[in-house]
Design a binder for this molecule. Structure first.
Ligand SMILES: Cc1cc2nc3c(=O)[nH]c(=O)nc-3n(C[C@H](O)[C@H](O)[C@H](O)COP(=O)(O)OP(=O)(O)OC[C@H]3O[C@@H](n4cnc5c(N)ncnc54)[C@H](O)[C@@H]3O)c2cc1C
Ligand code: SF4
Length: 583
């Protein structure tokens, strides 16, 4: 086994989470190495070759092979878990390269959900959650503490939007466009949001007709040529519409690869080792000392020693690598896993063309009137059988390509063959399918562990995911199905269809929890800075840290927490010998 020279910081997986911390520490003079199992593709790999739905969206060219990064899933704890597809990119930059770019801050209440719910609804109304084994905890930090880091993320990585709340003043810039429910921001976004297409305008009309508050969704896609505070310039989006599932050929969509890595490399302190699959973390006397990794090109095994280790390999691989290394966090590693499931709602309009194929997927209007506790008064009126907590963002996605959208036709239309093609040729441009991002809760029975039956091609047990939709998700899904239907009908839909029953899966790209942060070491894996209680020189990144989720996508918060953790290292807010001794 080859021994590599010692580094100050060893990054395990270079995706979204790893970007900010490696750049900030490299800028400060730390020697950083990122061990990344995927290839090092560049923008040139996407230019001219990216406009291929079959290759990228269907055959998943950027995804790992099933035998390399395997995952199993069961929704019934009595069942044997079965292999399932892993859908996050396998490359330097991770899924931030082929993501969509919806970029949200979380609400203030998202940081103290347990307290909020108890105060709003009382123990009696919430008893059904306890019956289902919900384990809701407040975060160990507040929105106010994180706000400067959200701001930093938005300016360094580049986010466009209309503000809804600057320093407590609601919708100060454009009364028609901001999200009135958003948490207070210190200053405006650095850019404006993407423009609308006919799908967005239709959705907006329906929402306004119902008295709701539609707004342009904030996105980490440049809407103008933008230079960040490090002097890194990237161009404006061309609205090419090969965005989600594809690498951006134009560097307009932010990723750790194009928005952060160039700055880190310029310091001379950052090294990226692609095709390097981390197998385990070696630790002695409560301290990580090195990682063993496999060079996927030569097949040779290496050991990389270091002082600080950062888990950046996404929720499943982070949990799996820790468990395989014998690091269990006193039984907390893998617990309280969350991802979303919810209703699907589509509609046909006989009086207009919708151009839903035009523009990136996140060129959209959306609303938060049913998200979080924004509609608490209405929910309080619901019967005990219908009552639920939390909610969902509802929006109107674009980038609907004919091949990707085969499964949104009405139930009486076949999904293949002549009848499907005839229907699609006639109606493709007249259908909307909404995005409904339901917030899940953490449960005792939703967790990740090592599968007792399956190993990957390197002989390591794969991550096994168990998750169910509980009463709260089922009730929320019924309600959201109804609300989304009302919006589309108010917009003038001739026909609305869909499914109101949530169908849990192992992964849906917002896979969170499993290594949650907290104040109490017996109920969490890390402290508020993502530092492991059990092994204080291991720092955790990514959505696995989140104690609770949100009805918003997680990546802006993941990038923000990475800045927050970097700052804790640089400002000596944490002691790398003792996770309980922070300032
Ligand atoms: C199609 C799609 C659309 C999305 N759209 C949005 C959106 O609009 N908004 C939003 O907020 N989020 C979105 N997401 C989610 C977003 O991409 C993730 O939240 C984010 O990438 C997670 O960051 P991460 O660093 O934890 O993991 P990743 O970005 O997945 O990075 C993990 C890295 O670790 C590497 N790795 C894994 N195992 C090992 C190992 N053993 N050794 C070495 N390296 C390893 C992987 O190859 C990868 O590069 C989307 C995701 C997808 C797939
Ligand atoms: S739509 Fe814009 S951001 Fe997306 S891939 Fe095309 S140019 Fe890049």
């Amino acid at each position: 086994m080859a021994q590599q020279p010692r580094k100050d910081v060893v990054i395990i997986g270079y995706g979204a989470a790893a970007g900010p911390i490696s750049t900030e520490l490299a800028k400060a003079g730390y020697s950083v190495v990122a061990l990344e199992r995927g290839e090092w593709r560049t923008t040139d790999d996407f230019s001219g070759r990216t406009f291929d739905t079959l290759r990228f969206a269907h055959r998943g060219e950027l995804l790992p092979k099933q035998s390399e990064v395997a995952l199993t899933f069961r929704s019934d704890l009595e069942d044997v878990a079965r292999p399932t597809q892993y859908i996050m990119a396998n490359m330097v930059g991770g899924a931030s390269v082929h993501w969509s770019g919806q970029s949200w801050r979380y609400y203030e209440e998202d940081f103290h959900l347990r307290t909020t719910l108890e105060e709003m609804y009382g123990a009696e109304r919430l008893a059904y959650l306890e019956e289902d084994g919900a384990n809701i905890q407040d975060w160990p930090l507040t929105y106010e503490e994180l706000e400067p880091y959200y701001d930093k993320m938005e300016y360094y990585i580049g986010v466009g939007g209309f503000p809804g709340n600057i320093q407590g003043e609601i919708r100060p810039v454009n009364p028609e466009e901001g999200n009135p429910f958003e948490a207070p921001r210190e200053r405006d976004f650095p850019m404006r949001p993407l423009r609308d297409n006919a799908t967005d305008i239709t959705f907006r009309e329906g929402a306004l007709a119902l008295g709701l508050n539609p707004f342009h969704v904030p996105t980490a896609i440049n809407t103008e040529a933008y230079t960040n505070p490090d002097g890194l310039e990237r161009p404006a989006c061309s609205y090419c519409a090969f965005c989600t599932d594809y690498g951006c050929w134009n560097d307009s969509k932010a990723s750790s690869l194009v928005a952060l890595l160039p700055t880190a490399l310029e310091t001379g302190n950052m090294e990226v080792r692609p095709n390097s699959h981390v197998l385990r973390i070696n630790h002695e006397n409560g301290r990580a000392v090195s990682v063993d990794y496999l060079d996927l090109i030569t097949g040779e095994q290496h050991t990389q020693p270091g002082d600080i280790f950062y888990m950046g390999a996404y929720t499943f691989q982070n949990v799996r690598t820790l468990l395989h290394s014998g690091i269990t966090g006193g039984g907390q590693v893998g617990k309280y896993f969350m991802n979303r499931s919810g209703p699907s709602v589509s509609a046909y309009f006989d009086d207009r063309y919708l151009n839903g194929w035009a523009g990136p997927a996140v060129q959209r209007q959306g609303l938060d009137d049913y998200n979080g506790e924004n509609n608490a008064e209405e929910k309080m009126q619901l019967s005990d059988e219908d009552f639920f907590v939390r909610g969902a963002f509802i929006g109107s996605p674009s980038q609907r390509h004919p091949l990707e959208a085969y499964n949104i036709v009405p139930p009486d239309v076949p999904r293949w063959g002549r009848a499907f093609k005839d229907y699609w040729l006639e109606n493709f441009n007249r259908i909307i399918s909404l995005q409904i991002l339901q917030e899940p809760l953490p449960y005792e029975t939703s967790y990740i562990d090592l599968d007792p039956n399956y190993v990957d091609q390197y002989g390591v047990p794969v991550a096994r995911v168990q998750r169910q939709a509980k009463q709260n998700e089922i009730r929320m899904s019924r309600y959201m199905f109804q609300k989304a239907t009302e919006i589309l009908e108010a917009a003038g839909a001739a026909r609305v269809w869909g499914n109101s029953t949530p169908r849990p899966t192992a992964t849906m790209t917002h896979d969170t929890g499993g290594l949650r942060m907290g104040s109490d070491p017996s109920m969490s894996v890390t402290n508020k800075y993502g530092q492991m209680w059990e092994i204080p020189n291991i720092l955790v990144g990514g959505g696995a840290l989140l104690p609770t989720m949100s009805g918003h996508n997680p990546t802006e918060t993941i990038w923000t927490l990475s800045y927050w953790t970097a700052d804790a290292v640089l400002e000596n807010k944490i002691d790398l010998e003792d996770a309980q001794a922070f300032t």
